[in-house]
Design a protein around this ligand. Structure first.
Ligand SMILES: [Zn+2]
Length: 95
């Protein structure tokens, strides 16, 4: 017998997003409700965390707006995202 664990995130459970600085690891959290745009630089070390291009800024804003829009759907079906299992769980059975 094989057991498989699947992880899902309900769209209505998504309340924000987090950007983590690749240089120092500082995490910058944004709530969906108050998101307007993300800072281009890390507030801690000033490293670039978002490309300073209109495309990246627009894509991030569009993504947040899309999440907000999906949360307003009136469909009776439960809509969820399937998440990738944790690495430690997928590799545990393969060793
Ligand atoms: Zn940083």
């Amino acid at each position: 017998m094989t057991l498989e664990t699947k992880y899902y995130a309900d769209f209505n459970d998504i309340i924000g997003l987090e950007l983590t600085c690749p240089a120092c690891g500082t995490a910058v959290a944004h709530t969906l409700a108050k998101f307007s745009s993300a800072a281009y630089q890390c507030p801690n070390c000033r490293s670039q965390i978002i490309a300073q291009s209109q495309t990246d800024d627009e894509t991030l804003s569009n993504f947040v707006n899309f999440l907000k829009l999906v949360q307003t759907l009136k469909t009776p079906a439960r809509l969820r995202l399937q998440l990738k299992p944790l690495v430690s769980q997928t590799s545990a059975g393969q060793q």
